[in-house]
Design a protein around this ligand. Structure first.
Ligand SMILES: [Mn+2]
Length: 318
């Protein structure tokens, strides 16, 4: 008998992409997902000839080898994504819906595929992926009032927040459970009223941010500020979103948010919003560092290199 697999990023975009598809075509499928940064999900799929997999919101580039293996085995694959894809294989078993334009997210690609039939969830996802203008545009034909739009925005932020952490243990809800919670709802507004999930996430998000805001920076000047958060689940959940908040509050300043761990730190750097440059080059000076011009990070900064990093960070943005 044919087996189905639904493979999706655990963030708002991945969840809402799957939800739209399954509202349209219900299917009893094995769910494969994880924390937001856990994107190499295809290597966990044990599908064989005749089975069908649906892949959502994880880059094809990072999963290319596993995808080739599955296609070679005779697995049928529908692939929806907006991340840089690399070479898209030509294979009769693969249907790829890839759009990497900056105003797209996976849920908006699925929305286009379904002619907007579950648009509300696509709007939630676009907000979650921080594509505010695209979300508002997609919502226009629905003629929502201001309050509804603000609520959908908040839900997107909360679903997105839930996916941050190093492992599933850091999260409030494993993404597969969160999907089961939203599954019965055609309308996200009803989900927010009927299920406690939204309130739980909203309060937890607020609490994590509050804790981060209590932390005094190691230094904070006009051009750069550096924070070190303690080794704790809340730090691992909120550090990236805390960095975004700092960047918005101080658009001319660069920010580094470090999270302590047993053998050093993880680092995330945000360039000043007024001048999005240098974060990638700064982080690439350190082993396990990399990213984009405006936002980059270092997975593992040894304790002994903390001072060297702080100097390089200050110099890069002085
Ligand atoms: Mn996405």
């Amino acid at each position: 008998m044919r087996k189905y697999y639904d493979i999706f990023n655990g963030d708002a975009d991945g969840l809402c992409a799957l939800h739209q598809l399954r509202l349209e075509t219900p299917r009893d499928a094995a769910l494969i997902t994880g924390v937001k940064r856990d994107i190499r999900l295809l290597e966990r799929v044990d599908a064989g000839a005749g089975d069908a997999i649906t892949v959502l919101d994880i880059s094809l580039k990072s999963n290319a080898a596993a995808l080739a293996k599955l296609l070679g085995r005779g697995v049928k694959c529908d692939y929806f994504d907006h991340h840089a894809a690399g070479m898209i294989p030509h294979h009769a078993g693969l249907t790829a819906h890839i759009d990497t334009s900056s105003e797209m997210c996976t849920s908006l690609i699925v929305d286009r595929h379904l002619s907007g039939r579950h648009r509300l969830w696509a709007v939630v996802a676009a907000f979650g992926d921080n594509l505010v203008a695209a979300a508002v545009r997609a919502a226009q034909p629905l003629k929502l009032d201001h309050t509804d739009l603000a609520r959908l925005h908040e839900l997107g932020d909360c679903l997105n927040y839930n996916a941050y952490g190093d492992t599933l243990d850091d999260l409030h809800y494993p993404p597969a459970d969160l999907y089961q919670a939203i599954k019965p709802y055609r309308d996200p507004r009803e989900f927010m009223i009927d299920e406690p999930v939204f309130e739980v996430l909203k309060n937890a998000f607020r609490e994590d941010l509050f804790r981060a805001e209590e932390i005094k920076p190691e230094f904070a000047g006009d051009s750069a500020a550096l924070y070190v958060l303690p080794e704790a689940a809340w730090s691992r959940r909120v550090n990236g979103l805390f960095g975004n908040r700092l960047a918005q509050a101080h658009p001319r300043r660069a920010h580094a948010v470090l999270v302590r761990k047993a053998d050093g730190y993880t680092v995330s750097v945000r360039a000043p919003l007024s001048d999005l440059r240098g974060a990638d080059e700064l982080c690439a000076q350190f082993e396990s560092g990399g990213g984009r011009k405006g936002a980059a990070g270092i997975n593992q900064l040894p304790q002994a290199q903390l001072a060297a990093f702080a100097d390089a960070f200050r110099r890069a943005y002085s």
